[in-house]
Design a protein around this ligand. Structure first.
Ligand code: SF4
Length: 230
């Protein structure tokens, strides 16, 4: 009996070591992707020569009413410092993708607004960042779906840690109803489009997103993660 306990405890220690090693490999892999996205080649050859943060600013402005937002809102929603947001917006203005204006109702407030050129640069017809799209398209349909749901969970955890302030994801949207349908391919429901959706259709940055209450978001998250299996 004592021998069995020692064997079981040894197995648990090994499993914990394996899990820690795997976590370390995943972090290392994500860091490599982050570094690659900052590389000069990637930035030069990426969509419209835009860096990742520049693209995020354009996408954020595109999602706003009148495609405009205060510079401080951009900083807050992208979890970057105000000087960083101001610098990126100034760069985008030099590229004629964004224009800055003082708010007519409060001259102290600076607004950034997408130009027509900026709208085209981040619109659906502009294509995705080429290399990243190419890399993810090498995955099978199942691998892509698993990666998407894994990203949802990683982003959600980073939000909880205060590293990402806003993510317009289904899992925290008031229109999201996880596991409403018996259909294994499309078990969730989006009230906005009033249709079932599958894991493959989960959004990370949806224009129709409306934040759920804390209670609704918590319940949806528990149901989503509780019933979700790979
Ligand atoms: S509105 Fe968008 S974010 Fe909300 S549930 Fe529907 S698809 Fe998801």
């Amino acid at each position: 009996m004592a021998e069995l306990r020692v064997i079981n405890s040894g197995k648990k220690v090994l499993a914990a070591k394996d899990a820690a090693a795997l976590t370390s490999q995943l972090v290392s892999g994500l860091e490599k992707i982050g570094l690659a996205m900052k590389s000069r080649t990637w930035r030069r050859e990426g969509r419209a020569g835009l860096g990742p943060l520049q693209r995020q600013v354009l996408t954020l402005l595109r999602s706003k009413p009148d495609q405009r937002a205060q510079v401080s809102t951009v900083a807050n929603e992208l979890a970057v410092r105000l000087p960083t947001a101001s610098e990126v917006i100034a760069t985008l203005e030099r590229k004629q993708l964004v224009r800055r204006r003082r708010d007519v109702s409060d001259g102290r407030v600076v607004m950034a607004q997408l130009t027509a050129k900026g709208n085209r640069a981040c619109g659906p017809s502009s294509g995705m960042p080429d290399r990243l799209a190419m890399a993810t398209s090498t995955l099978s349909a199942l691998e892509q779906s698993v990666l998407l749901t894994s990203l949802v969970k990683v982003i959600r955890s980073l939000q909880d840690q205060g590293e990402i302030s806003v993510a317009r994801m289904c899992v925290s949207c008031q229109h999201f109803r996880p596991y409403q349908h018996p259909n294994a391919d499309r078990p969730h429901h989006c009230e906005f489009i009033n249709a079932p959706i599958g894991d493959r259709a989960l959004r990370l940055d949806c224009q129709e997103y409306e934040p759920a209450s804390n209670v609704q978001a918590k319940e949806a998250w528990e149901k989503f993660t509780g019933l979700h299996s790979v």
